[in-house]
Ligand binder design. Structure first.
Ligand code: SF4
Ligand SMILES: [Zn+2]
Ligand SMILES: [Zn+2]
Length: 309
């Protein structure tokens, strides 16, 4: 077996250039990648209240752990976790347990909000209700609309300056391709290490410190650090368009190593042009909830009306 290039120990990971790394050199490589992404895109600034959107999965726990390490060295920065309990029986409950355990161990404040409290129903109930009206309901679309809104409004209440999420390179590549396949250029313009296009005081800026780390790299790091015992996959993921795109990209990456990195590199070259193009787009204020919206009634209010109706 070829050993770690730097110390001759057993390797846990092979880089694209064939270089192998042992656990301690892989850890150093991974952390360097995250910290240099934070510096390069000035994701954190020098001070502030940073909220980390925690699901209890490997990605968000990794992001929380590394940001908390940085905050320990900076008295002007605070890190707090925020968790949205969608109300997904079994799989959701398991990840929430991991999140609570992790925050307790690391002594990080955790704020939990639930769909049931905020919207009146858990996601499981919402999906059942909507399926009675329309068999083709996509649980992830519903979940995403409601979760993003709740995350933003609660982050605003908690006076966070930014919300960090655990999105990794694979998530971003999938989003870029999904938006192309669905002809949604506006959604593509909102992507990147710093999310969004317009500056509006109602939006809390979202950042992605794991932007250049592949899913596999995050899995290895989280395993080496003992963050999660077992991978828990949401029971609704089988319905997701994202899953089909992810499988396609994984097959393609196997045949043509490096394509995911290439997609992100070329995407980042065109992203400033896209953001500039959509920056001037006028947004409305939802007549019901006063949140930013592209229509007079926002998607959340429309969805809640359908659920309650
Ligand atoms: S897989 Fe879909 S339904 Fe499950 S948590 Fe993610 S977005 Fe929500
Ligand atoms: Zn080594
Ligand atoms: Zn609204």
């Amino acid at each position: 077996m070829i050993m770690c290039r730097q110390c001759d120990k057993n390797p846990v990971y092979m880089l694209e250039n064939g270089r192998k790394l042992c656990s301690s050199h892989f850890t150093a490589y991974f952390e360097k990648k995250v910290f240099s992404t934070i510096r390069k895109f000035n994701l954190l600034g020098k001070s502030g209240r940073i909220g980390v959107a925690l699901s209890g999965g490997k990605d968000s726990i990794t992001a929380l752990y590394l940001l908390n390490r940085l905050a320990k060295r900076n008295p002007k920065m605070t890190i707090t976790a925020i968790l949205i309990d969608e109300g997904i029986k079994v799989t959701g409950e398991k990840t929430i347990k991991s999140a609570k355990r992790f925050c307790k161990k690391e002594e990080i404040g955790l704020n939990i909000y639930s769909f049931r409290e905020e919207y009146g129903f858990a996601l499981d109930e919402i999906i059942k209700k909507l399926k009675l009206k329309d068999k083709k309901v996509n649980p992830c679309t519903v979940c995403g609309i409601l979760r993003r809104r709740l995350l933003n409004s609660k982050a605003r209440e908690l006076k966070f300056d930014k919300i960090a999420t655990g999105h990794n390179l694979d998530d971003e590549v999938q989003s870029v391709i999904m938006n192309q396949l669905k002809k949604n250029v506006l959604a593509t313009a909102k992507l990147g290490p710093v999310v969004g296009i317009i500056n509006d005081r109602r939006f809390v800026q979202r950042i992605k410190p794991l932007y250049f780390c592949s899913e596999r790299e995050v899995s290895i790091y989280a395993r080496l650090k003992g963050f999660v015992d077992k991978k828990v996959v949401c029971k609704y993921r089988v319905y997701a368009f994202r899953k089909d795109v992810a499988n396609m990209l994984d097959d393609f990456e196997k045949k043509h190593p490096g394509i995911k990195n290439n997609i992100i590199s070329s995407f980042l070259e065109i992203l400033p042009v896209l953001k500039k193009q959509y920056k001037g787009k006028r947004l409305e204020t939802c007549k019901r909830c006063s949140e930013v919206s592209s229509k007079d009634i926002c998607n959340v209010c429309r969805l809640v009306e359908r659920i309650r109706g």
